[in-house]
Design a protein around this ligand. Structure first.
Ligand code: EPZ
Length: 446
């Protein structure tokens, strides 16, 4: 690139044309190329949940020694959390889908900006490090495409447990001069992250903590199961009221991570969109109950077993209204994928986003494919069109990239989902799995 003038006003490189007239995005490309029209067929086993594995890795910091986590997906976010653990002095080694975690007697109580910036979930070391060391220095995570995403519920709850906070140059300095003590905390919203941070702090706290209006997500119940194996005293995980009796110490343990209901749901949508039939196995169908119910309402045929379900797509989906909500409501992380399906429905659907203030960037990309979607406040109005046409779209974020790849399964021509690295953050082997179900899809990297 030496000697090439930077184009004024454009972002460094922008989409200026270089060597041979190729736009920048084609020179350094990481994209998923999908050619639509093939119904997906076959079976697919899901792996463990990203949104559980990340928290279990943090929870291991609560007990020195060697932990073992099985069924951990090999994805970017797990790698980043591995870096966070290494930064605090732990060892983290992968052996297939197993992680071996070696936690020191005294972790370094710090999570720097360069790691927190890469992944918000790093903020969860706050509760664990405070519980283990009585202090923590964690960079304050910023907002993202989903809105400002504050952590006020985390901080309010920890303050009630005796934690003091100072914000210095964007870093939260947290101390518990008199140790962490139990408290009766009632959350303003059943935030997953806040419930997890308070749980991680409470297991070693002095006395009893009650978390009211707690998150009920299956990943949270799985975290509590792992903590209980370490010796924690927890009641009510998975309900709106969690009670924790602090204990003096915990011991290292082994745990198998709960299956990923988002991976399961995403492949269910891929089956429906492609007019195909896919069995998703090694999952917990009950964790996807609302999503499967909405797929049935959209005209899919759904069969359910103990640890599998089969989704068979209709020729043309029916319109469906839905609202995203904390579990057991419709998962916000399935919102973009579901809108891809409703974009070709025979009628108009309304999707209301109740968890985030903004998660609508994918809409512009779907409309570039010929969809007819508008966002109005928290409501997404999806006027179904006959068909979509492939083009170059921006991956935006983990779930949007999955949704745009799924849209390509039914689009006319080639669909190119750029910035596909978003997918690697949340899905292991996304493209090979789609190929195994018969999709005409490939990963293009240059
Ligand atoms: C977890 O994020 C998941 N991430 C998200 O999945 C998921 O969308 C979300 O839960 C909801 O299910 C991980 O588990 C790593 P929240 P989290 O705290 O914990 C507001 C994916 O694609 N809020 O339940 O950050 C917040 O702004 C990701 O895998 C406050 O206002 O979610 C949001 O609007 C994306 N103050 C809402 O609550 C707070 O202190 C839900 O946030 C905390 C949250």
């Amino acid at each position: 690139m030496r000697g090439t003038a930077r184009v004024p006003g454009s972002l460094p490189w922008g989409n200026t044309r270089f060597g041979g007239g190729l736009p920048y995005s084609r020179l350094f490309m990481d994209a998923i190329r999908v050619v639509g029209g093939r119904p997906l067929e076959g079976e697919l086993a899901v792996l463990g949940a990203k949104n559980a594995a990340l928290k279990h890795m943090v929870a291991s910091l609560l007990a020195p020694g060697t932990h073992r986590l099985d069924n951990v997906p090999d994805i970017l976010d797990v790698e980043i959390m591995g870096d966070v653990l290494r930064h605090v002095g732990a060892r983290c080694e992968r052996d297939g889908s197993t992680l071996h975690l070696e936690v020191p007697e005294r972790p370094v109580p710090e999570a720097p900006l360069e790691l927190v910036r890469q992944m918000r979930a790093s903020i969860l070391v706050l509760g664990a490090l405070l519980a283990r060391t009585g202090e923590a220095r964690v960079a304050l995570p910023g907002g993202d495409d989903f809105g400002s995403r504050p952590i006020d519920f985390h901080l309010d709850g920890l303050q009630q447990m005796g934690v003091h906070f100072d914000l210095v140059h964007g870093v939260l300095h947290a101390t518990a001069p008199n140790g962490i003590h139990g408290a009766d905390v009632f959350l303003e919203f059943p935030s997953v992250g806040a419930t997890e941070n308070l749980l991680l702090a409470a297991v070693l706290a002095d006395g009893k903590t009650t978390i009211g209006n707690a998150a009920r997500e299956p990943e949270l119940a799985d975290l509590a199961a792992y903590l209980s194996k370490m010796g924690a005293k927890i009641d009510g995980a998975g309900t709106s009221t969690i009670e924790i009796h602090g204990v003096p110490g915990l011991t290292a343990a082994a745990h198998r991570v709960v299956p990923d209901r988002l991976e399961a749901g995403t492949f269910a949508l891929a089956a429906a969109m492609s007019r195909g039939s896919v069995t998703v196995s090694e999952c917990v169908p009950d964790h996807s109950r609302m999503e499967l119910q909405k797929l049935q309402a959209a005209g899919c045929t759904v069969a359910v077993g103990d640890d599998w379900f089969t989704v068979t797509g209709p020729d043309r989906p029916l319109p469906v209204d839905l609202a995203t909500l904390p579990f057991p409501g419709f998962h916000t992380d399935m919102h973009p994928q579901m809108v891809s399906l409703l974009a070709v429905a025979d009628g108009t659907s309304i999707v209301t986003e109740n968890v985030y203030t903004a998660r609508f960037r994918y809409i512009g990309e779907l409309n570039r494919m010929g969809a007819d979607i508008v966002a109005d406040g928290q409501h997404v109005v999806v006027r179904g069109v006959e068909g979509l046409s492939g083009c170059e779209v921006d991956g935006c974020d983990i779930r949007a990239a999955a949704a745009l790849t799924i849209a390509g399964l039914r689009a006319d021509g080639e669909n190119l989902v750029m910035d596909a690295s978003h997918i690697d953050r949340g899905y292991q082997d996304f493209v090979p799995k789609l190929q195994s179900l018969g999709a005409n899809v490939e990963r293009l990297r240059s």
